[in-house]
Design a protein around this ligand. Structure first.
Ligand code: NI
Length: 267
């Protein structure tokens, strides 16, 4: 799977479960905007069959460089971002990984059971083709058990390997070129924003401002019936120039920590 295929598959899989993102894209395009993605985000578990290194291998083989590391101790996550070394127009890739060792035995056993569905020595490409190798393999009660301790684990159990979000680069928009403007537009158009820690994450001082919609919801199959879960959300980012005149390309852990909550299923 080359990068073109990877991005194409990612987008198709994403809008299947996130129709609001496609609606927002269409609305922006109907106003003459040309959409460029700042980054897309992927999630995984720290288990050796699916861990972050597998993702790294693939992106490095496709010309990406592994850049900064981020830690989210309260969510038991670590992450890296990747930038393409030749073509800066390609979206950055943000990959996070849930540290399974920090959960109790019952929790780990349940996740191990899901991961048993992953073929031995599967590559990232094989995983990504499978999408959700453990689809339908858990009860809704087990899903809730996961969710009580980690919304992230529950999301991954329900959704599998796919883009968690795409991110529109506001630097490339003409009319909606600030987070304030895009947020007002989204609200007027009837979309709900992730307000955790405020609708705007970050500031010019951190060189990155972000906002996101709340994830869509969809009924998915469990072993005991179909139930509604959080799917994916759409993100928006505005980057500022550093002192050297170049745009900041990294991420801000404090903001990203709040963005993760876009898939929290609030009642
Ligand atoms: Ni993001």
């Amino acid at each position: 799977m080359n990068l073109e295929k990877f991005f194409e598959k990612s987008w198709i899989d994403y809008i299947k479960v996130t129709p609001s993102a496609k609606k927002i894209l269409d609305l922006l395009e109907s106003e003459g905007e040309i959409i460029k993605n700042d980054h897309i985000a992927l999630r995984t578990f720290s288990h050796p069959k699916v861990h972050l290194d597998l993702f790294s291998e693939y992106f490095i083989s496709q010309g990406y460089l592994k850049k900064d590391k981020y830690l989210f101790p309260d969510k038991k996550l670590r992450a890296f971002h990747f930038e393409h070394q030749v073509n800066p127009e390609l979206p950055k890739i943000f990959v996070s990984e849930l540290d399974l060792s920090s959960f109790n035995e019952n929790y780990q056993t349940l996740i191990d059971r899901l991961i048993e569905k992953v073929p031995e020595k599967a590559t990232f490409e094989e995983l990504y083709e499978l999408g959700n190798p453990w689809a339908g393999g858990l009860t809704y009660k087990e899903y809730e058990f996961l969710k009580n301790e980690s919304e992230y684990a529950a999301w991954l159990a329900g959704m599998g390997f796919r883009a968690n979000h795409f991110t529109v680069s506001l630097n490339h928009l003409k009319k909606y070129n600030s987070v304030q403007k895009i947020n007002a537009f989204l609200k007027e158009s009837g979309f709900s924003l992730n307000e955790a820690g405020g609708a705007i994450k970050g500031s010019p001082d951190t060189f990155l401002e972000q906002s996101s919609t709340m994830a869509d919801r969809l009924k998915i199959p469990f072993s005991d019936g179909s139930f509604e879960v959080s799917t994916c959300y759409y993100e928006f980012s505005l980057r500022y120039k550093l002192k050297d005149g170049k745009y900041f390309q990294g991420f801000v852990a404090q903001s990203a920590g709040k963005i993760f909550e876009s898939t929290d299923l609030k009642d």
